[in-house]
Design a binder for this molecule. Structure first.
Ligand code: SF4
Length: 502
């Protein structure tokens, strides 16, 4: 077992959805990847898999690989392309690998919380990568403390994530397979795990299947990944989704599957709206098609007389195309995203900070001058970004700015791996649609209805989580006071306790 030592966070990269400095959009928890493929360069396959999952987490990246006898890990803060080079990938030899891109939900954004997490086991080591967020970490911590070897491994070294907790809880007698089988029923919340011992790859998904996880086939092995886009990039063919509640074990004997927990599907509807890549398919539905359909439905529900439909780049693009198709209003580009001023650890100077959204977006004056615009975006969280966009478009000469949103108002926090904001910060928590329109300075504002959004995903509403829109949480949240990053205010805790319906 070998560890790469930390270096200071490095700037910069692209791929950030955030448009306004200091104003984060919804942040995804993470992307996970796993591969078992004798004869393949598994570290490189994992590298490209993570590259395709970069949008799911941009704070740190890591890969663990094993040649059957020893697990090596390389992880660091930064984007996949910053963390790895040929030399570091060369150290990751073997035929089994897992990988991770991270945005922090539980536990801060520091090197010691990067994944994969390593933990000792009686007969070896476990490396674990996690996408999601557990909601009973307090309970699990108490369970760990009851055990004699409590707080071994990374937990003892200050790793504060729920992932390190799960890793430590897998340190029991018997095989890793049986440890995982015993532990999964004790976990609550959202998890997609890829994990490995020296000679076996495992994958597991929570019984609600909140976050996506898919299985793919290589000529000489198997791949598991958060999104189908990560299968495509490494030449794996899609086999099927990992079922909610399923554990998969892959070793030299092949692939075994076990339904450890009864499936109660509640896939995250926000994956279709914004989180997943447009070229990914979830539960058989193209994410891009879902978004275009959301735009069409938005146009039916909130028509307006206008000259041009423009997206907020890039996430509003498919819904804007759908809105234009349905309304007959021409589609065009009204703003250009400055793609290479993405995520940075360098604080902008005061002069640059004052530019606000102009750091990321520039209006195309000729295209929007004197036009009545429909601006389509995927969601409104705090409203600051939309306010800045509307202002920028007016300053650039737009005659009218009508904002259309392809998800309903976000009123509740997410406990299953997406960091929106505290409830108090959500603009739709306190204000009605008319007030929000005034607050962001739009001539009109329309949100898609809950029903239309869900219909656009082609899924049965009973199989989806839409708690951030409805407050109906599919998995009971008991440890709210112990959840990381101050996600909650007191009011939310009380309300959540009252509304949970598990
Ligand atoms: S609360 Fe919202 S973002 Fe979180 S899992 Fe449910 S639908 Fe997805």
């Amino acid at each position: 077992m070998w560890h790469h030592d930390a270096v200071a966070p490095r700037g910069d990269g692209t791929l950030s959805h955030d448009l306004l400095p200091g104003e984060k959009g919804p942040q995804d928890a993470c992307g996970v990847f796993g591969v078992f493929a004798p004869g393949e360069e598994v570290a490189k396959l994992t590298y490209f898999g993570l590259y395709a999952l970069q949008h799911r987490g941009q704070e740190s990246a890591g890969i663990a690989a094993s040649d059957g006898s020893q697990i090596m890990v390389f992880k660091d803060m930064g984007l996949v392309s910053q963390v790895f080079d040929e030399a570091s990938l060369e150290t990751l030899q073997g035929h089994i690998a897992i990988g991770h891109t991270r945005y922090s939900t539980t536990g801060g954004s520091v090197w010691s919380n990067a994944q994969p997490t390593l933990g000792p086991r009686p007969e070896g080591t476990v490396a674990l990568a996690h996408n999601g967020n557990l909601v009973n970490t307090g309970e699990l911590l108490r369970l760990l403390e009851e055990r004699e070897h409590a707080r071994s491994g990374e937990i003892a070294r200050g790793n504060t994530t729920d992932t390190a907790l799960v890793t430590a809880l897998l340190n029991t007698e018997g095989s890793l397979e049986s440890a995982l089988r015993d532990l999964l029923p004790l976990l609550r919340g959202a998890y997609c795990f890829t994990l490995m011992s020296e000679d076996t790859l495992y994958a597991a998904r929570d019984p609600q299947g909140i976050r996506p996880l898919v299985l793919g086939r290589l000529e000489r092995g198997w791949v598991v990944a958060s999104e189908t886009a990560a299968l495509d990039i490494c030449g794996a063919s899609f086999v099927r989704e990992v079922a909610p509640g399923e554990m998969i074990v892959i070793d030299e004997q092949g692939l075994r599957s076990e339904q450890v927990l009864e499936p109660r599907p509640k896939g995250c509807v926000f994956e279709y709206v914004y989180l997943a890549r447009p070229d990914t398919r979830i539960a058989g539905r193209s994410v891009n098609e879902s978004r275009i359909e959301m735009g069409r439905r938005l146009a039916q529900e909130h028509p307006v007389e206008a000259d041009l439909v423009i997206p907020t780049p890039e996430s509003g693009t498919p819904a804007a195309i759908g809105y234009a198709q349905e309304s007959g209003i021409p589609y065009g580009q009204g703003m250009v995203k400055n793609a290479y001023v993405g995520r940075t650890f360098i604080q902008p100077s005061q002069t640059i900070r004052q530019l606000g959204i102009r750091l990321k977006l520039n209006p195309l004056r000729e295209a929007i001058q004197d036009k009545r615009l429909v601006v389509v975006d995927d969601s409104i969280v705090r409203g600051n970004t939309q306010r800045a966009v509307v202002r920028m478009l007016r300053e650039a000469g737009a005659a009218e700015v009508h904002v259309r949103i392809s998800s309903p108002p976000v009123r509740w926090p997410c406990f299953y791996g997406i960091d929106f904001a505290t409830r108090a910060e959500l603009i739709a928590n306190g204000l009605g649609v008319g007030d929000i329109a005034r607050s962001i300075g739009a001539d009109s504002l329309g949100y898609i209805s809950q029903e239309a959004m869900i219909e656009a995903t082609d899924q049965d509403s009973s199989t989806l989580c839409s708690a951030c829109f409805t407050g109906q949480y599919p998995v009971r949240v008991t440890d709210v006071e112990e959840l990381g990053q101050g996600t909650l205010d007191l009011h939310t805790q009380q309300t959540v306790a009252a509304r949970e319906d598990a």
